[in-house]
Design a protein around this ligand. Structure first.
Ligand SMILES: [Zn+2]
Length: 247
């Protein structure tokens, strides 16, 4: 990514198991999390090796559920100088939570991670980017729980998430309880629509030469690229999950 013009770009990873992906969510599968094979540690190991090979630092939004079971993984990430942030605790989408449940979830994830690293964390990214027009109240909860920035508002149209028309660049957001930074994943305006280009499914979907051109265009605007990936995307042997045709 270093040859893409622009300022300093931000690379991030949402640290979760392959069976926790929202597209494959079901209450039945949720009840079996403990019985699935854990693959997150080996996949994060690969990522850490790649990052040190290229001399790159990243932000890891770690799921509290994963941190609790793999404290040495969290320590390994932190010891390489990467930033640790929160991806919530149980990977429930905020759009299916009430404010009190959400507060409990982020507080538990923050405490779990901070108890492992001994350092305060400042950032949060919601499962499936689910801070939407209906769940804007979550930002106020984040301020009250001591977070300094959020990276959950995707300014695009999508069935599970998205806030079309939201400011697509890093900016301050005011809430009743104070302000915080919003760091939205990268998008590009193409005609009347804003297209997501920030990684994850979009990275897997676009042919790389096409994506690279889009990233260069976005970076030429002078705004940093905010990219995200998941450890399971680095795992060609990942067990196949049953899901909808589209997923
Ligand atoms: Zn996630």
């Amino acid at each position: 990514m270093s040859s893409i013009p622009g300022k300093v770009h931000a690379l991030s990873f949402d640290v979760e198991e392959h069976f926790q992906v929202s597209a494959f969510w079901s209450d039945e599968r949720r009840s079996k999390w403990e019985s699935y094979e854990s693959r997150v540690e080996r996949n994060v190991d690969k990522i850490l090796t790649l990052l040190s090979l290229h001399g790159i630092h990243a932000t890891f939004f770690v799921l509290g559920w994963v941190a609790l079971r793999h404290p040495s993984l969290v320590k390994a990430i932190a010891s390489r100088g990467h930033e640790i942030a929160s991806h919530g605790f149980g990977h429930e989408m905020i759009t299916s939570q009430q404010p009190a449940q959400f507060r409990e979830d982020v507080r538990r994830s923050k405490e779990t991670i901070e108890n492992i690293t001994g350092t305060a964390i400042h950032g949060y990214r919601a499962p499936s980017f689910t801070i939407t027009p209906q769940t804007r109240w979550a930002l106020e909860v984040l301020v009250e729980e001591g977070f300094l920035y959020d990276s959950s508002i995707f300014p695009v149209q999508h069935d599970r998430y998205g806030m079309p028309g939201a400011n697509p660049y890093c900016h301050r957001i005011e809430t009743e309880s104070g302000s915080l930074w919003e760091v939205p994943p990268s998008t590009l305006k193409m005609g009347p629509v804003r297209v997501p280009i920030a990684g994850g499914g979009y990275f897997r979907f676009y042919p790389y030469p096409v994506l690279r051109r889009l990233l260069c265009r976005a970076a030429a605007d002078g705004h940093p690229l905010i990219m995200y990936f998941h450890p399971w995307e680095f795992d060609p042997e990942q067990p196949r999950m049953r899901g909808s045709m589209l997923s």
